[in-house]
Design a protein around this ligand. Structure first.
Ligand code: SDX
Length: 428
């Protein structure tokens, strides 16, 4: 393969280096483009063809449905690792030894108390406030209680900030749900595992002994692993670009939560359940909704379908679909929306519109069915996505800051008015 790409503009040729990644992805390095061409830039709405960075964290192959965290296949991690091991892997680059994992968990537990004044902020929200807006606000508020910014040149300082947010974020997640349900804002039990403690903080009733359900623990652990990172998706790119201005880690994460909230992104898991419920209420006629999804005059989209990168199956959706059957079976739950989901998926896989556009079920298509079976309210589904994505956001922010990447500031092509003389209001 040639080492350069040649661009000819106005009869002048310009060579730009080609860079090749460890999985043989090739990119044109256009760092010098404006300079050598007298100001010519590129434009790529949605960055469908544009890389923002080189990264060593997650590899996706959308054509072959491959997802790897630090080189490990998502199928292996989902089956054999714990969420805390995967968090450590994403953030520090290696799977932890038993000693490293136990220390990581112990250090996280040391930081898993939040300032009680956070409850005053939470109390100010109406019960009907969407949990993603509450979580984003509380995460940003953590900066007020932990004002010292991270010295990214100090491994110890970086580590302290990481265990701090890994410890406090699950508390904010649990309290966000408990606030909505009118339950007291309690802590869990530090003698428990990370995911076990999350579930206890979320579901412990003030007047009952909490009984742990290993089916729910395993299901949540797997779901969090599957959501843990996904290279330069919308919310991760948000965390990176906010962090590139040297805004703090908590502020960058808060911005990422807001980006994830959108129904085209992480908010899709809530939108999928609402869509499946609407189809069920409408009599379960999936063909009617398929027709709506294909009708360009109809704004309806088949939520949980399609992906910017996966033009084949989303490997996470395959794993979650199997897990949904297992969890509902283990819990003895018959959920008609799972059958509707499977019916939609079967129809779409043989429908020319979806096949031509390579639209397959994505990570959000089945996940909500498991969250609902676990007793998690639908407005909390994207909060659970954020809990899973936290280590990925941390890892990506850490990579960007420790590599001292420049502030993100895209260019544009101006298409507005040319210069015109100002007229005072009486002359207009
Ligand atoms: C996530 O990027 C990531 O990695 C994200 C994520 C992660 O882990 O971080 O994987 C998580 O966000 C998953 C995606 C969740 N979103 C949804 O399920 C919402 C529904 N899906 C779409 O809105 C859409 O598929 C996107 C946003 C996911 C991808 O959009 P693209 O890549 O910009 O594709 P597009 O909108 O240009 O669509 C291409 C064509 C269009 O039709 P034509 O103009 O070619 O005729 O496909 C159509 C679209 O209209 N299309 C759909 C559709 N998705 C795309 N038609 C009906 N239903 C859909 N769901």
């Amino acid at each position: 393969m040639s080492k350069t790409a040649t661009l000819e503009i106005n009869g002048q040729k310009h060579d730009f280096p080609l860079i090749t990644g460890t999985e043989n992805e090739v990119a044109i390095d256009i760092k010098t483009l404006r300079g050598v061409t007298g100001g010519v830039t590129t434009i790529d709405p949605g960055y469908k063809n544009t890389g923002s960075c080189e990264s060593a964290i997650t590899f996706l192959n959308g054509e072959e449905g491959i997802l790897r965290y630090r080189g490990y296949a998502i199928e292996d991690l989902a089956e054999k690792a714990s969420f805390l091991e995967v968090a450590y892997l994403l953030i520090f680059g290696e799977l932890p030894t038993r000693v490293e994992l136990d220390k990581f968990h112990a250090d996280i537990k040391e930081e898993s108390v939040v300032d009680d004044d956070i409850k005053k902020i939470l109390d100010a929200f109406p019960k009907a406030a969407h949990p993603m807006g509450v979580l984003s606000s509380l995460t940003s508020a953590l900066t007020a209680f932990n004002p010292s910014s991270v010295n990214v040149d100090s491994e110890e300082d970086m580590y302290r900030a990481i265990v701090k947010i890994m410890g406090k974020f699950p508390v904010l997640v649990a309290w966000t749900m408990r606030k909505q349900k009118g339950l007291p804002l309690d802590y869990g039990d530090d003698s428990l595992g990370y995911v076990e403690n999350v579930l206890k903080m979320m579901f412990k009733k003030p007047n009952q002994e909490y009984v742990e359900n290993p089916i729910l623990v395993n299901a949540l652990d797997k779901l969090l692993i599957l959501h843990a990172d996904h290279e330069q998706n919308c919310s991760t790119s948000t965390v990176r670009i906010v962090g590139s201005s040297h805004a703090g880690l908590f502020a960058s994460l808060s911005a990422g939560i807001s980006a994830l909230w959108g129904p085209l992104h992480g908010g899709a898991n809530q939108a999928v359940l609402e869509m499946l419920e609407a189809i069920k209420e409408d009599g379960g006629d999936t063909k009617k909704f398929m027709a709506k999804a294909k009708d360009k005059e109809d704004p309806f989209r088949l939520m949980g379908f399609g992906h910017r990168v996966y033009k084949n199956f989303d490997p996470r959706a395959k794993i979650i679909k199997v897990a949904a059957d297992e969890v509902l079976g283990d819990l003895g739950i018959e959920d008609p929306v799972l059958d509707i989901a499977k019916g939609l998926a079967t129809e779409a896989l043989s429908d020319e519109y979806f096949v031509k556009r390579k639209l397959y079920p994505n990570v959000d298509f089945y996940s909500g069915i498991i969250y609902r079976a676990m007793g998690i309210p639908v407005e909390m589904f994207t909060v659970m996505f954020a809990l899973g994505r936290l280590p990925g956001w941390i890892a990506q922010w850490k990579e960007m800051r420790t590599r001292k990447e420049p502030i993100g500031r895209p260019r544009q092509v101006y298409t507005g008015e040319n210069h015109r003389e100002f007229k005072t209001v009486d002359d207009r």
